[in-house]
Design a protein around this ligand. Structure first.
Ligand SMILES: *Cc1c(COP(=O)(O)O)cnc(C)c1O
Length: 394
């Protein structure tokens, strides 16, 4: 076969993830360890029983087997609007300011298709969730990375972006609580974003996948709570992390109707929406949350894991700040290692998979991302293995 696949594929590099997987399989094949995978950020818990029950009921309803619509059922969109009001006191119109997504990934992947042409610039956090980069590349746009650094509290600094970039920038992606760096937003930052977006005519897309996965009583704010935010921006949210429904592929975008519209047009051409039974289960999850505020216990599991892992690692000499949210720990690596060498060695000597920080952008160098996706007893085993491996010298 001499036919070549599209040049577009080159913009979807995932070389480090592929390499980690290959090395994991090699270690497994060698039989030295049963590998503990703290690489992938997929929730390991099932949804609450009432959600699975709602799904079961809906699956048995013969009316749910026609084509859905890509924008989502009216009841789904109304429930999203109610949930946003109850959770954040943000008002959105279910008709034009809410659009269902087959996971927020769907919207994150396709928003640029509706907004970005070759030559347009998108400001993307570095390190960042891989689809932010991939979606811009697929649209033929240009990425301008916004470094997220510890000294700035992992918030981007808008002051030194070159004028020609600002001129061509159409869209900015933000994500708090953040994956991979697990930082949360600081007071006043979103106000700064609205001002910056207005002054430079840049649209804002805020990814809020971890809105319900926060610890120690912290409640992450919606970007749309900020005065003026709905004039410049949209927010992505999802039931994947908030209700352990990752495999259901159900999420949504809310906010500015004009920003959502091109995405809705793209989607109406390429998909027919989410299976109605899954929309019903999502409605049940959100309605339950509205009626029983503060009873979503999903974060507690991760909070306990965070404490067990980080207290244990501190005791063997690896000190890592405790994140206030997300299912990830962004761990600075000891001196003398690159992120990749450290992750590869951890796998070979301790049988533990973590992701090298530079997999998420060059600013991730010097860190690894550890996902809290195993129960406490497994995390204790991780600490024990790391101790034995001698990788962390006191
Ligand atoms: C998990 C995650 C999502 C959610 O993706 P879905 O497609 O809704 O499952 C979005 N953004 C970030 C940063 C994530 O980590």
């Amino acid at each position: 076969m001499h036919v070549q696949p599209s040049r577009r594929l080159a913009g979807l590099s995932s070389a480090i993830f592929t390499e980690m997987n290959q090395r994991k399989r090699a270690v497994e094949a060698s039989g030295t360890f049963e590998v503990i995978d703290l690489g992938i950020g997929s929730p390991d818990q099932p949804p609450s029983p009432f959600i699975m029950e709602a799904l079961t009921q809906a699956v048995r309803n013969p009316d749910n087997y026609g084509y859905p619509t890509s924008e989502g059922s009216l009841r789904f969109r109304e429930t999203v609007a109610s949930w946003y009001f109850h959770r954040f006191h943000v008002e959105v119109d279910p008709d034009h300011e809410v659009l269902s997504l087959m996971g927020s990934q769907d919207g994150l992947a396709h928003l640029a298709q509706g907004w970005i042409d070759p030559g347009d610039v998108v400001l993307v956090p570095d390190p960042g969730y891989p689809i932010y980069f991939a979606s811009v590349n697929l649209a033929g746009g240009e990425i301008y990375p916004l470094p997220l650094r510890a000294e700035n509290g992992f918030l981007p600094d808008f002051t030194n972006i070159p004028a020609d970039i600002l001129e061509r920038a159409k869209l900015m992606v933000l994500n708090y609580p953040n994956n991979p760096v697990s930082a949360t937003v600081q007071e006043g930052f979103f106000e700064k974003v609205v001002r910056f977006a207005r002054e430079n005519d840049i649209l804002v897309a805020h990814d809020m996948a971890y809105s319900e996965m926060a610890f120690d009583g912290y409640r992450p704010p919606s970007f749309l709570e900020t005065p003026g935010a709905k004039e410049v921006g949209v927010e992505f949210n999802s039931l994947s992390k908030s209700f352990n429904m990752a495999g259901c592929r159900v999420g949504y975008i809310v906010g500015n109707a004009q920003i959502i519209r091109p995405l809705a047009i793209i989607k109406s051409n390429i998909d027919y929406g989410i299976f109605l039974a899954i929309q019903e289960a999502a409605i049940a999850a959100m309605e339950h949350d509205i009626l029983h505020p503060g009873q979503n216990r999903i974060a507690q599991v991760y909070q306990e894991r965070r404490d067990v892992l980080l207290d244990g690692l501190a005791a063997i000499g690896w000190k890592i700040d405790k994140p206030k949210a997300t299912m990830f720990v962004w761990a600075p690596i000891p001196d003398g290692w690159t992120s990749e060498n450290f992750a590869f060695t951890l796998l070979e000597k301790a049988g533990v998979v973590v992701i090298p920080g530079n997999a998420f952008g060059q600013e991730g160098e010097g860190y690894v991302r550890i996902a809290l996706v195993k129960p406490v007893d497994v995390l204790k085993e991780v600490i024990e293995r790391i101790k034995k491996s001698g990788i962390i010298s006191r």
